[in-house]
Design a protein around this ligand. Structure first.
Ligand SMILES: Cc1cc2nc3c(=O)[nH]c(=O)nc-3n(C[C@H](O)[C@H](O)[C@H](O)COP(=O)(O)O)c2cc1C
Length: 329
């Protein structure tokens, strides 16, 4: 018997495949389908901090026109947040009743401000855990790298003040010392890190001089960055690690487990191949484990991490010296 179960954020998952936050995890029907196809857990589509605040500001402008009463603002503040959250909370509550796999809520945040109170409502609605998609692109010329990094710690502190469910942090690799930052974050109260989130990438339409958003979906080649950092950080962190970005098939999935991931998130491949891809990936994993005589995930997880490598420098090699020397036109 092959046992695919794994521990992630202190939760027991029946297998390490998590459907990542996206439009695929936005409704009860879709989540039930993902569960039926075999997913070990799902991360709900994020509530965006910016979205909520933008709407809030717009409403404030409207009321400020005829009413300056502060109590009135307070009322509005409360009501608008309730409206935004209402649907999300209802989704968590219905998942709690009708879905058996862990459902992880998600907030996309860029500051450590008042939105952290939402986390408590998410917990009270029955979410198994909360993933914070900390989306801070370091473009602010007036903010130092250290200040930007501090924001992540402030976010965790504020959220952990109000919730006791496991909290994970989904981050980018835009840090001057990625390894140290990952390790330091893992020493906080978070239960896990997701390496890495993926940004919209700008592109240009040169005929109409317009900026476009392209490559919304990842490609299999995008695997390399998270594979490298999962392999480097495995067993060097004090929390769970989930791999995300570029996992499109069973082979890539197995690579991330060999690198040392406790769980692996998939999104783009499900958009491209349909949700049956979940079953295919899990079947490939089982076939490979059977062929290699592994009975459980722990039998091979992290076997190819940097720590277990005979040639650890290979994970740090970034130059193409050999290829430049040998490559023919
Ligand atoms: C259509 C779409 C919507 C997404 N929405 C969210 C979101 O709301 N919150 C979030 O943290 N990530 C979101 N993501 C990012 C995914 O969760 C994931 O990190 C990214 O797609 C990389 O994984 P992949 O290579 O398996 O697609 C979204 C991705 C796609 C394609």
């Amino acid at each position: 018997m092959i046992d695919l179960s794994t521990k992630y954020l202190g939760l027991t998952l029946k297998n390490p495949l998590i459907v990542g936050s996206s439009g695929l995890t936005n409704s009860l029907e879709d989540i039930k389908d993902l569960e039926k196809k075999g997913a070990g857990a799902v991360v709900l589509k994020s509530i965006f901090e910016e979205e909520i605040l933008m709407e809030y500001e717009q409403e404030l402008k409207n009321v400020a026109f005829d009413d300056n009463n502060l109590e009135y603002y307070d009322y509005f503040d409360y009501k608008i947040k309730e409206e935004n959250l209402g649907k999300y909370i209802a989704l968590i509550e219905s998942c709690k009743k009708e879905v058996n796999i862990p459902v992880i809520a998600s907030i996309n945040c860029i500051s450590s401000a008042e939105w952290s109170l939402f986390a408590k409502k998410i917990q009270d609605a029955g979410a198994s855990a909360l993933e914070l998609n900390a989306f801070i692109l370091p473009t602010d010329l007036t903010r130092s790298g250290a200040e930007t990094e501090q924001l992540y710690f402030d976010i965790i502190k504020n959220v952990k003040k109000v919730v006791r469910i496991p909290v994970s942090l989904k981050i980018s690799y835009y840090f001057s010392n990625v390894a140290q930052m990952i390790q330091q974050l893992s020493e906080t109260d978070i239960a896990g890190l997701v390496l890495f989130n993926r940004f919209y990438s700008p592109d240009f339409d040169i005929e109409n001089r317009k900026v476009l958003s392209t490559h919304v979906l990842s490609s299999p080649q995008d695997l390399a960055i998270s594979l490298r950092w999962i392999a480097i950080m495995a067993n060097r962190v004090n929390c769970s690690l989930a791999a995300s970005t570029g996992v499109h098939d069973g082979e890539a999935f197995i690579k991330q487990l060999l690198a040392g991931a406790d769980a692996v998130q998939v999104v783009s491949t499900l958009y491209k191949n349909g949700t049956d891809q979940i079953t295919r990936i899990l079947n490939d994993l089982e076939d490979w484990m059977r062929k290699n005589k592994y009975a459980a995930i722990a039998d091979f997880k992290g076997q190819m991490s940097q720590e277990n490598s005979h040639n650890p420098a290979i994970f740090e090699r970034v130059q193409f010296m050999k290829y430049f020397g040998e490559m023919k036109k």
